[in-house]
Design a binder for this molecule. Structure first.
Ligand SMILES: Cc1ncc(COP(=O)(O)O)c(C=O)c1O
Length: 397
């Protein structure tokens, strides 16, 4: 099996097509899908050396697999990370990045504005194992500073946040974390690796739900953790190997092939999202539009400092609350009612009754998730068809 020579000198689009390819003796063009649990050793001595770590090679697909290794290597090249580990889902990646670093007696600081399941991990799960948690308004740097305790080990945030599209200053929070001797983990799902590079902004670890833009066609679940080799070895490698949230080689293959077109898809979805945001901002039925690259986004400047574009998600607040928002979404024909994002198909989500319904209403209100809020993940359809759907939705209100 031969691996592509280090393609780090190649430009990003080229890396996403060729990076990490492991070619078998058959010289296949399309990367092979190795659906295998285990590997046969040519002798007992080989097995012994592999298990001792004296010889490189695959042993068991809970630990590693050639197709998964190709996906990990291509993700690392994309992110500019030394090392990557793929996981079964985005939540497996988030959980491993947090649990892998902490033990009873430690303390974690996280932004309040997190995806619901991420909040469960930091707010409910970790305290059950003796890890204290402080939630802060991620946009207020003074709150991050004030939350630090002598036993603070890690900070966790996502930016832009789901679903309010708040922007958190990653470089500034990384500095506060490092001054306190803690690490920073960033969930980069909304920005995508194409538009934002948290490691370059000072984060120690980046996590993805690859289920979103990386697959980008709504097929499989997956996740990825990216960091320095030292971070992966200290906190992630053994945790994943022993606890087993491994990605299926089939899912890794789908993700690997999807990476080839990721920049094309994200950039086109973003161009469509820009048009949608501008169109909806003109409509009197809409209270407000949130989109990071629009000048009326409250943190436009910061967004443009750390992201190279506004992303693929637009958030609106419909006048008339839940009833009006439901009427609008029910009138769509192309835009589907679902709760994924980053898909080639445009998707509308009502966060208050779906992704964030677990939170008490007071918490939702504090986070700015109103009853009229709709999260719009803009896809790859023709923009004129998308805009016609929005026109129909507005007429139905
Ligand atoms: C910001 C964010 N982080 C993490 C996740 C979890 O990803 P997954 O569904 O792949 O476990 C999601 C979506 O589900 C998300 O939107």
């Amino acid at each position: 099996m031969s691996q592509n020579k280090s393609p780090r000198h190649l430009r990003p689009a080229t890396r996403l097509v060729h990076g990490g390819t492991l070619r078998s003796q058959f010289g296949e063009m399309s990367e092979a899908m190795y659906l295998t649990q285990g590997y046969a050793y040519d002798s007992m001595e080989t097995a012994e050396r592999r298990f001792k770590g004296d010889e490189p090679g695959f042993m068991y697909s809970r630990f590693s697999n050639p197709t998964v290794a190709m996906f990990e290597q291509r993700m690392a090249l994309l992110e500019g990370a030394e090392s990557a580990r793929a996981t079964a889902t985005g939540m497996a990646a988030v959980t491993a990045a947090i649990v892998g670093q902490l033990k009873a007696g430690d303390h974690i600081v996280a932004a309040k504005a997190l995806f619901g399941s991420c909040r469960y991990v930091v707010e409910d799960l970790m305290p059950r194992f003796g890890v204290a948690c402080t939630l802060v308004d991620g946009t207020d740097l003074a709150q991050w500073r004030a939350a630090v305790r002598p036993n603070t080990k890690t900070f966790f945030l996502e930016s832009p946040t789901n679903p309010q599209l708040e922007i958190i200053d990653i470089a500034a929070v990384a500095k506060i974390a490092h001054d306190a001797g803690a690490t920073l983990v960033v969930d980069n799902v909304f920005a995508t690796p194409i538009l934002q590079s948290p490691l370059q902004l000072g984060a120690d670890c980046v996590v993805y739900s690859a289920t979103k833009h990386v697959d980008g066609q709504g097929r499989v679940l997956g996740g990825c953790i990216l960091a320095s080799e030292a971070f992966i070895q200290a906190h992630i490698h053994n945790f994943l190997r022993q606890t087993g949230p491994a990605i299926s080689p089939f899912n890794a293959w789908v993700m690997l092939k999807s990476l080839e077109t990721l920049p094309l898809r994200v950039n086109q979805q973003m161009r469509n999202a820009e048009r949608v945001a501008d169109f909806l901002a003109e409509q009197s039925a809409i209270n407000y539009v949130l989109y990071p690259s629009r000048k009326d986004h409250p943190q436009h400047e910061l967004a443009m400092r750390q992201m190279s574009g506004g992303g693929t998600v637009v958030v609106i607040d419909v006048k008339g609350g839940k009833q009006a928002a439901f009427r609008m979404a029910n009138a769509f024909s192309i835009i589907k009612i679902s709760n994924n994002l980053g898909d080639a198909k445009s998707i509308v989500t009502h966060p208050a009754t779906t992704t964030h319904q677990r939170l008490p209403q007071a918490d939702r209100e504090a986070m700015g998730i109103g009853e009229g809020m709709l999260r719009l993940s803009i896809g790859l359809e023709d923009i004129e068809d998308i805009l016609e759907d929005f026109q129909a939705g507005i007429a139905a209100i």
